[in-house]
Ligand binder design. Sequence first.
Ligand code: P5A
Length: 445
Amino acid sequence: MRLSRYFMPVLKENPVDAQIVSHRLMLRAGMIKQSSAGIYSWLPMGFKVLKKIEDIVHEEQQRAGHMPMLMPTIQSADLWRESGRYDAFGDEMLRIKDRHDRDMLFTPTAEELITDIFRAHVGSYKDLPLTLYQIQWKFRDEIRPRFGVMRGREFYMKDGYNFDLTKEAALHAYNRHLVSYLRTYERMGLQAIPMRADSGAMGGDNTHEFLVLAETGESEVFYDSAVTDLTFGDRAIDYDSVAQCQGVLEEFTTKYARTDETHDEALFNQIPEERRRVARGIEVGQIFYFGTKYSEALNATVDDGQGGKTPVHMGSHGIGVSRLLGAIIEASHDDKGIIWPEGVTPFHCGIVNLKQGDEAADAACDGLYSALTNAGLEPLYDDRKERAGGKFATMDLIGLPWRITVGPRGLKNGVVEVTSRRSGVSEEMTPEAAVAKVAAIYAAL
Ligand code: P5A
C-alpha cells in the first residue's frame, strides 16, 4: 500500500478525552473513530489489525478442533426468558422491540441461542463431544464505557461453547480451551496469565480469566511472580489428550494468581514475600464450566446409550477480540507510538523514501515494494512529499516493527537502512539483503 493513497487520518494533537495510552494512540494513528459512547468505526488500519487478531483466533480454535459458525446479533427474548437470564442480565442488555411489538435484544453473549441450536439437532451421546464457536459483535450497555475499545458497548468477541456427555469430558474441554488460549495470546506477543476469577452472569464454579498485566488494567490482581516465568512456546500438544491438557492446566494454574473477586489473603501470605505481587491487569478472555445450568433450563438432553436421557455438560469460552487491540498497545508502546508485535502488525514493514522525486530513490523504493510483495509480505510505502522527520514520526506512531529507509546517499553505496521499531537499532545492507531479512523474520513466526 502506498501511504499517499491510504486512508489513515493521523491526528497531530493528542485527543483530550482519551485517558489511557492505547486509546490515545489508536485515535492518533487513525485506527478508530468514535461514533457514540462505547461504539466505534474501524478505519482501515484498525480494521486490518482486528482481522489479524481474528485470524489468529480462528487458526488456534480450529487447531484445537473447534468448529466456526455464525449466529445472529439480534435475538428473541423468549429463549432468555426460558433460561431466566432475561431479567437477570439487567440494564446491560440492550432491549429492542420489533414492529409487531415483540421483545428482541442485541446479543450480549450466546449461551441460550447455541443451546437452542443444539437441542434442535443433537439427540445422541454419539454426536458428542462438540465444540462450536463464533466471532461476532456483542452489545453490553456498560454503565461506564471507557478507554476506547477496551470497554466498549459494542465489541467483538470470540465465544465458544462445548457440549459433553459427562462432567469429566466437559472439564477436558475446559482444559483444552485454556491450553489453546495460552497459544493464542502468545502468538499476539502477549503474556496473558490465567487467574482464578468469579463466574458472574455466566454461572458455574470453574472459571479462569486471562489477564495481561498493565497499570491501566481495570482489574486488581494478586499473584506469585513465578507465574510470569511460564511460557507456552511452540510445544506440540495433542488437544485430544486428556493428560497433556491437564498437565498444561496444572503447570499454569497451580501457583497463586487470582483476581480481587476470589482473592484469599491467608493463602496469598503463604507465598514467600519477595514473590508476592499486587498489580493491575486487562481481562482479555475468560473460560467457564457451568455444568448443566443451560441444558437443564432449556431441556437440551441426549440419549445416554442406556435407555435414558441426560442433560449435557457445557462450558463457554470468550476472547475479547476488539479489546485485544487496546491490550496489545498497552503492553507494547513507547513515547513515540505503538510497537506492533510481528504477529498482528497491520503491515509487515514500512518503506520510507527520504527524497521523493529523486529518480534513484523512487526506483529503489518501487523495487523494494515489488520484491517484498513477491515474498508474500505487505509493505506500507511512505511515498508522500514530506520531510524525513515527518515520515519517521508517522512510522514510529503507527508502529510497524520494521522500517526500510531509502535515500540517495545510501544508494550511492548500494545500501538501504533496516531499522527495528522495538530496539531502534539500524543496519545498512543491500536492498536484496533487506528484503531477505524482513522475509526471514516473518517466515519464522
Ligand atoms: C464466554 C463466551 C462471556 O461472555 N459467554 C460466551 C462468556 N464471557 S465474558 O467474560 O463476559 O466476556 C468474554 C470476553 O469479552 C471481553 N469483553 C469486552 N470487551 C470489550 N468491551 C466490553 N464491554 C467487554 N466485555 C467483555 C473480555 O475480554 C471478556 O474476557
